[in-house]
Design a protein around this ligand. Sequence first.
Ligand SMILES: Nc1nc2c(ncn2[C@@H]2O[C@H](COP(=O)(O)OP(=O)(O)OP(=O)(O)O)[C@@H](O)[C@H]2O)c(=O)[nH]1
Ligand SMILES: [Mg+2]
Length: 362
Amino acid sequence: MGFTCGLVGLPNAGKSTIFNALANAGARVESYPFCTIEANIGTVSVPDQRLDRLATLFPEKEKIPTHLEFIDIAGLVEHASDGEGMGNQFLAEIRAVDAVLHVVRCFEDPNVAHVTGTVDPARDIGIVETELLLKDHETLGRVAKRLHQEVKGTDRKAPARAEAWDHLLDAVAAGQPIRSLPVDHAIEDLLRETSPLTAKPSLFVANLGDAGDNASAEAVVRAAEERGTEAIAIRGRLEAEIAEVAGSPEERANYLHEYGLERTGLDALARAGYRLLDLVTFFTFEGPEVRAWTVPRGTTAPDAGGKIHSDFAERFVVAEVMNLEDLLEVGSEKGLRDAGKLHRSGHDYVVADGDVIRFVCA
Ligand SMILES: Nc1nc2c(ncn2[C@@H]2O[C@H](COP(=O)(O)OP(=O)(O)OP(=O)(O)O)[C@@H](O)[C@H]2O)c(=O)[nH]1
Ligand SMILES: [Mg+2]
């Protein structure tokens, strides 16, 4: 699994439409708010041309890409944190994801009601962010009470912990998302366990109209820049329709090309998500599979091996690392070995994006 993304946004922003565009999943889409009640979950292969090219060397092997999981959550409205609309149900679902995709309506359509009357991305973003912050304030506040109780006990670290937590709580009350704040070492673990919503890395998805030339999208790009993150523009309905009618990836690419699109929303999103979460991909061709794997940047070779097989990490001897371009040029692992271009790397080796690796284990 690459990572899990939760789609959040106002009702009728087009979350389920975007979900269908990404996951080709046939989730229910309606022009009235709160169409989605139970979350839709979809898993998709991450498109990666490097894997496709590597697989050309092993036509007999099965090609296995890495996967992304999307969770399409019920829309949230003003006062959702107090139970308004679908209320708090969305929160547990967001807590479980690695990244939040904040879907913002940019398309104009008189047939699709807007919960606040007009298309206004900056305002809509503010509403959703405020709800997430309010919910975090409540969650952190509960923990703060406990920490203040602990100050009265014997744990000498308790006062520092309570103080650091209060700082965080004040910043959240002032409207700062936790992801933008420095976190004191004393509360790092506790914060991770609490899993606040605004601590999640977040990307914006501007849901454009079918023509794609939507001026409102600029407001989403600006909001993303102000927050130090990225915005991806997707023509949600168009891509969802293409995903539905196209029988194969090639057909899908042809349709997209007809509409002047170079890549799918999924492709753009996967790239942005890997950047956001600082993930890298490596490849293997062990046994009957040519396969892509996702790990956090900085992962050492034994830990990367551990992804493949739990005991690879302990039995690790050496990683034989190949450069994909070299491998494609020479045409075989043996050729690469003979040319002295196969690098034997030890326990400290940090896996680089695009490495092709054979793990040698005891
Ligand atoms: N014109 C137009 N309509 C769109 C576009 N994207 C989505 N819609 C329509 O907007 C309506 C709402 O879309 P959904 O995907 O159900 O919205 P949602 O955010 O999942 O809504 P909830 O589940 O109610 O929170 C549907 O009628 C869609 O067909 C678009 O790009 N253009
Ligand atoms: Mg929906």
